[in-house]
Ligand binder design. Structure first.
Ligand SMILES: Cc1cc2nc3c(=O)[nH]c(=O)nc-3n(C[C@H](O)[C@H](O)[C@H](O)COP(=O)(O)OP(=O)(O)OC[C@H]3O[C@@H](n4cnc5c(N)ncnc54)[C@H](O)[C@@H]3O)c2cc1C
Length: 629
């Protein structure tokens, strides 16, 4: 297939860039971290993190006040048990109402990011409490005394919130095994798990004696008739222990992210009619009938639509730890002398890793920030927002995982202990890749939804603020996405590359959309900054990411040549080297803009990476015998 393009270039952008940056600059990585008052830093920071400086500072104070510091000797369950107390303290410190926090998209998004970095043992329960439980209730529960009673404990954090969705035998869309049987005599529902495969698998429901209220996905049976899968709201554990008709058994430890996972079985547990969640579109009538306007197979999807927020917040949290990890690596590499006295930061292979991390962290963080802004302006049930969250979680968690792995390897022994936090962060990111929709399944589902849009003739999914004219490398990514979408719609699977079938093809489309969005995000941010230096750097970051993707996708473009691919392919390698040199030249400012919080005792975050070891060993300079003196 031949693609046709106009030869228009971003001439004005290129000319401006030549004015400001040397075309072959020597990296000035020896410079100290750029000061906060540097106008470039001040312009980059809101592009990356948004304008909520005071709110972020307040939330940071509250979260660091939780003092979730690395401690040796805690068991898995000791660590899991720390989270509920931290949750209560965080809610109290942020005004006392979890419902109010959940209703404020920016506050909740920043809380998840700050907790990801400074309270990694709190993060794993945050989205379950705020997004899945409280968010689900706010979006789906009709007003009732039952709802208010359930929300009361969640509001203060004295009760934990969670979602029971995954069944042991697999969660296959609307094919849930757990049943909720309508009982007209008691005016409520009774819940049953018919067999082991129907047991709920892994909610954080075990071990602790903290009250727990859950949203449960179950198939509604009305007088023997299958009415499809809905969510129901019920307490699972109160101050008096597990409610009648529920069994919970704790699962063995995971190797990461300590959480009190349990398997849950229902044996006739009861909840009133108001437990059915389907505000505005599903209710039990006074005479005991289901009144629901949504077709049976779609009820499950409709029930889950508002739960996309959790995915976005896991993605934002993952990226916050990637920024902190990369900031730590750069700080460490500036101090560390390697063989022959060469500082790590001056080694080109280390620089390559750092600049690749920078490009990844900037594009993904800015995409996350734009989606956070988008979410603040739309309802959580908005299907386009839900689709963006499905794309964002895989993209941002995988990018964060890659960056954190690089940080672990480059900081070697100094990144290996719990003091660096890299292991805890990466463990949480690993959990986020699986929880709230395993990434591969999300990509496949998102790809199918994108194909649905294509078949309706809808335009490509666009980030608000996308300029009409994008730099050539990004236009090529968009063209690739268009070709794949159109080809798949026409039934041509190989247009997606060497795929085995429709799932992989749908995933390829989702990835193509995400790559175009990641490249576009810094361009949108560039248009919003008044600082010309920041604008040019942001454009450079978007283009560098796009060039890297084109390099990676060269095989696809070889099979699908176009007019602009031919000239670009010849300059990709030199273009990327130039991108890297220019970004390295501005490394101090680019990293200072991350605004990483202080991480006490981490060898990666202070001015002297040996200081934590001095504290541990107490081997001061004067305690050594200097035989050479
Ligand atoms: C840290 C953590 C916290 C969790 N918390 C909770 C919680 O609070 N509540 C809860 O209910 N669950 C929770 N889970 C479970 C989590 O939601 C599931 O693990 C996740 O949704 C994947 O389901 P699964 O494990 O059954 O994997 P599977 O569904 O078996 O998927 C495994 C693989 O099979 C393939 N696959 C399966 N189905 C499809 C499909 N439809 N389309 C394409 N490919 C497919 C994919 O390759 C996928 O990676 C948690 C899990 C973790 C790790």
């Amino acid at each position: 297939m031949i693609l046709r393009h106009s030869s228009a270039t971003m001439a004005s952008v290129s000319a401006a860039r030549r004015r400001v940056f040397p075309m072959t600059s020597t990296p000035t990585t020896q410079a100290p971290a750029g000061p906060d008052s540097d106008p470039l830093v001040e312009a980059l920071r809101p592009a990356l993190l948004g304008p909520h400086t005071a709110l972020r500072a307040h939330i940071r104070d509250v979260v660091t006040g939780l003092a979730d510091l690395p401690r040796s000797g805690l068991t898995y369950w000791d660590q899991a048990a720390l989270a509920p107390g931290m949750l209560r303290s965080a809610i109290a410190g942020l005004g006392g109402s979890a419902v109010a926090i959940a209703a404020d998209p920016h506050r909740l998004a920043i809380l998840c990011q700050e907790a990801a970095v400074s309270a990694p043992r709190l993060l794993p329960i945050l989205t379950g409490h705020f997004d899945l439980a409280i968010g689900g209730i706010r979006a789906l529960s009709p007003a009732s005394r039952w709802r208010d009673d359930c929300l009361a404990g969640l509001d203060s954090g004295t009760t934990l919130g969670a979602l029971c969705l995954t069944e042991l035998g697999g969660t296959n869309g609307a094919d849930h095994r757990t049943i909720a049987v309508w009982d007209p005599v008691t005016d409520g529902f009774r819940f049953y798990s018919p067999n082991l495969k129907a047991a709920f698998h892994m909610p954080n429901a075990a071990g602790l004696d903290v009250p727990l209220t859950v949203l449960v996905a179950a198939r509604l049976m009305m007088y023997g008739r299958d009415e499809g899968v809905f969510l129901f709201l019920l307490p699972l554990r109160t101050e008096d222990g597990l409610v009648d008709g529920v069994d919970v058994v704790g699962l063995p430890d995971k190797e990461y992210a300590p959480m009190p996972h349990g398997d849950i079985r229902f044996r006739g547990c009861w909840a009133p009619r108001h437990a059915l969640l389907g505000r505005d579109w599903a209710r039990i009538t006074e005479d005991g009938r289901l009144d629901c306007e949504v077709p049976q197979r779609e009820r499950w999807t409709r029930s889950l639509t508002p739960l996309g927020d959790g995915r976005l917040h896991l993605a934002l949290g993952a990226m916050a730890t990637a920024r902190a990890g990369l900031g730590g690596l750069v700080n460490f590499a500036r101090q560390r002398e390697s063989g022959g006295g060469t500082r790590m930061i001056d080694r080109d292979a280390v620089q390559s890793d750092i600049v690749a991390g920078l490009i990844s962290v900037y594009t993904a963080s800015i995409l996350g920030r734009l989606l956070q802004d988008m979410r603040a302006g739309t309802a959580s049930s908005d299907p386009v927002m839900g689709l963006w969250s499905m794309l964002a979680k895989p993209a941002l968690t995988v990018a964060a995982d890659d960056v954190l792995l690089t940080c672990q390897l480059r900081t070697a022994s100094h990144g290996a202990t719990i003091l660096s936090r890299l292991g805890a962060w990466r463990g949480n990111v690993h959990g986020s890749r699986i929880a709230e929709g395993e990434n591969q399944i999300l990509c496949k589902t998102a790809g199918r939804l994108l194909l649905g849009r294509e078949s309706l003739g809808l335009p490509l999914l666009q980030l608000p603020g996308t300029p009409n004219e994008l730099p050539e490398p990004i236009r090529l990514l968009a063209e690739r996405e268009r070709v794949i979408a159109a080809g798949l719609c026409a039934g041509n699977l190989t247009v997606a590359g060497p795929v085995l079938g429709p799932d992989s093809a749908a995933i390829a489309l989702a990835v193509a959309t995400t790559e175009r969005a990641l490249a576009t995000a810094p361009i949108i941010a560039a248009a919003g900054t008044p600082d010309s230096g920041a604008r040019e750097l942001l454009i450079r970051l978007g283009e560098a990411y796009a060039r890297d993707r084109l390099h990676e996708r060269a095989g696809w473009f070889h099979d699908h040549p176009s007019d602009i691919w031919q000239p670009i392919q010849c300059t990709l390698t030199t273009g990327l080297v130039e991108d890297h040199r220019i970004l390295l030249h501005h490394l101090p400012q680019l990293v200072t803009a991350f605004d990483v919080p202080d991480l006490p005792d981490s060898p990666l975050n202070g001015p002297d990476y040996t200081a934590p070891y001095l504290k541990i060993t107490r081997w001061g300079e004067d305690s050594f015998i200097n035989a050479a003196a």
